[in-house]
Design a protein around this ligand. Sequence first.
Ligand code: ATP
Length: 335
Amino acid sequence: MIELASITKKYRVGKQYVEAISGVDLTVRKGEIFGIIGHSGAGKSTLLRCVNLLERPTSGSVKVAGVELTKLNDRQLQQERRKIGMIFQHFNLLSMATVRENIAFPLKLAKLPKAEVASRVNELLQLVGLEQHGDKYPAQLSGGQKQRVGIARALANNPDVLLCDEATSALDPQTTSAILALLLDINQKLGITILLITHEMQVIRSICDRVAVIDGGTIVEMGDVIDVFLKPQHPVTQDFVDEAAESQSDMRQLLSARQGRIFRVHYVGHVTYEPVLYNAVKASGVKVAILQGTISRMKQTPYGELIVEFIGESAEIDGILAQLRQDGLNVEELT
Ligand SMILES: Nc1ncnc2c1ncn2[C@@H]1O[C@H](COP(=O)(O)OP(=O)(O)OP(=O)(O)O)[C@@H](O)[C@H]1O
């Protein structure tokens, strides 16, 4: 649905050029939710804005639904942009217009007849759960409600793609969860492809299928969310994973005080809720202590990550490890 090839974006700052994006290739499949995560200044906004040419790349190709956007004239580009909705961190609503008028705005630009505008706006209000708020002004709404208006407006012209620029960064955790649930619902109900940028792991973990990690204007790691976050390869990815877990130094302190052999065990899918650890140790004389653990879900897939200590004969412990690996668990020794 989205194909970026060799995208480079340079900004001119005085007499110098700053390269914000350097040779990025990225493909987003139809119907998926794809997240781009990176620290501040990594190039997320610039890259996202290259997709609908709000920023024109210095070089490279931008295809959306098979159409090369960089080659279009202004009128053609305006037409193609109707297929690409966008929502923003600070909502970008018209403050002097009501919720209805904000949502109707892109429909009026597309010259839809008045009666159709009214009925489409009603549909959209219902989709985002704002039926009761159509005649209010943005200042009378909460942050979460404002973002719902932003989402309704972005969906007005039935786009194929929704671009989300830090859509939940200005919201509290509870409202963030509600907006993410709405995005997931829209993706599943309407089949819209979503490309989002964020600096929050939680956003990626709860709704994305695939993720790219961006640093210094290049993509340093990309893949299925589960693979990237359970086996991070690049230091920046590792940073994001560590931010969400206990700090490295706390972990080192914990490990240094232990006597046994220590392992990180992770597992994905149905095995998460099975007594695999118990089954592997029950017939042996080995004792097991869980030092740290998370059992959670990435999108709809359950996963677990445990730090465990095995106390006992080394040969017996090796046997347990073999059993765990045979059961499909990923085991890595930390001692
Ligand atoms: N209009 C501009 N003129 C000059 N430099 C710019 C411009 N926009 C962005 N940059 C530079 O490009 C780099 C990438 O910026 P960008 O806003 O894309 O990063 P980001 O990852 O979205 O950061 P944040 O999360 O803080 O918004 C930064 O070094 C930034 O200073």
